[in-house]
Ligand binder design. Structure first.
Ligand SMILES: [Zn+2]
Length: 195
């Protein structure tokens, strides 16, 4: 693995933030960290990086995980608004179905390479689906990637490879497991944001 510029994304609860930059045994699989959306379609509206965000949505649609992303006709009509607001070419998003919140969001950074943003948005849409961070094996949901888009624990490839192969089996298994399960809402739980 050639990682010249590791980037540790920030995972944050609504109050305190911690840096996630870890690695251990490859035994653990995907992490389900949020509530699945109740329907079979999640609508989104990109206010920035439209082409990259559309491509990120298609990455998940092509994986056939049991729910599909569709672009809404306006920001107000969308389940998820995608906007600027993250830092250091990372992303930030609400994990899973936000329930009583009227709208979910994904935040991206301004001024970043659009190919890298495509992969960051793919990761963030994984959070939108309800996936958490996979910090122990090669997966798009691993929060540590380099500027080629290669996640930690993955064999190095140039970004052109990752644009053609954005999701790993671990990501897809996680999302399929989540969307083949019943919706479970814990009354006391609150939606939270993660990088
Ligand atoms: Zn993340």
């Amino acid at each position: 693995m050639a990682v010249a510029a590791l980037r540790c994304l920030i995972a944050a609860g609504l109050a305190a933030a911690i840096i996630v930059c870890a690695g251990a045994s490859p035994a653990q699989a995907y992490v389900i960290d949020g509530v699945r959306w109740p329907g079979t379609t999640i609508t989104y509206y990109p206010t920035a990086y439209r082409t990259a965000v559309d491509r990120a949505a298609r990455n998940w649609d092509h994986a056939n995980v049991g729910v599909r992303f569709r672009r809404a006709s306006s920001a107000s009509a969308a389940d998820v608004i995608v906007k600027l607001g993250a830092q250091q070419c990372g992303g930030f998003s609400i994990v899973g179905w936000p329930r009583w919140w009227s709208q979910s969001w994904v935040k991206l950074s301004s001024g970043c390479d659009r190919d890298l943003v495509t992969l960051v948005a793919t990761h963030e849409f994984g959070h939108t689906l309800g996936l958490g961070h996979e910090i122990q094996r090669c997966a798009r949901m691993n929060p540590v990637v380099d500027y080629s888009g290669t996640p930690e624990f993955c064999e190095y490839h140039p970004i052109s490879y990752w644009l053609a192969h954005p999701l790993k089996g671990d990501d897809i298994r996680g999302a399929r497991t989540l969307y083949s399960s019943p919706v479970r809402v814990r009354a006391a739980s609150r939606p939270r944001a993660i990088g």
